[in-house]
Design a protein around this ligand. Structure first.
Ligand code: DHB
Ligand code: MG
Length: 189
């Protein structure tokens, strides 16, 4: 992990909480649970009848996240719906169930970012918020060479993802220059 923290940092957690509050969000879909740290940040900002669906295919980290969630107050843990599966499949399941959400937060395998965006567009309400971590892809989005551990497919897909969010006919967005790049965009359609 070349020294880069894999979870969001507290400032990012607080910023996302602000966005949840400012937009009166009630339903969030998180792609990439890991140990549930960002999930808990977001759940705390949701109203008591709010819900956060959090998806991860990794069974080991999902188990740790489940343990972390079980230690929370019931009021908080009741807001969290944990899904252990491949988001490429699970997002389609949520679309089939006609789930509509206010915010999608993407912080998962970078190779799938473009596909996650396409699926998220079907889940997000008009004027909903798309938030994505790691959109600098360790610098790979603006460098000619590939940093360690970044595949050419990931580079192509995150560039395509960023290009889509920069399309002002579809999104009003910004890439914040955090260490890893944090994109925030309102879906205009
Ligand atoms: C890695 C993943 C992340 O989502 C992140 O924010 C930082 C690092 C990683 O896989 O190394
Ligand atoms: Mg990340």
């Amino acid at each position: 992990m070349d020294g880069r923290p894999i979870t969001i940092n507290p400032e990012e957690g607080k910023l996302i909480q602000l966005l949840i509050k400012l937009s009166n969000a009630k339903t969030i879909i998180e792609i990439g649970t890991l140990y549930g740290y960002s999930t808990i940040w977001m759940a705390r900002a949701l109203p008591n009848d709010g819900k956060i669906y959090t998806i991860d295919r990794d069974t080991n980290s999902a188990k740790i996240a489940r343990e972390n969630f079980s230690k929370l107050d019931k009021e908080l843990s009741n807001k969290i719906i944990q899904i252990n599966g491949d988001a490429n499949v699970e997002l389609q399941n949520l679309i089939d169930k006609k789930i509509v959400c206010d915010i999608v937060f993407i912080d998962a395998d970078k190779i799938s970012y473009y596909n996650y965006l396409k699926l998220s567009e079907k889940l997000l309400k008009k004027d909903g918020l798309l938030i994505a971590d790691n959109t600098f892809l360790s610098g790979a989005v603006y460098k000619d060479y590939l940093p360690d551990r970044v595949s050419i497919t990931a580079q192509q897909n995150v560039r395509k993802f960023n290009g889509e969010l920069a399309d002002e006919s579809k999104y009003c967005g910004i890439m914040l220059n955090t260490e890893e790049g944090l994109s925030i965009a309102v879906k205009k359609f």
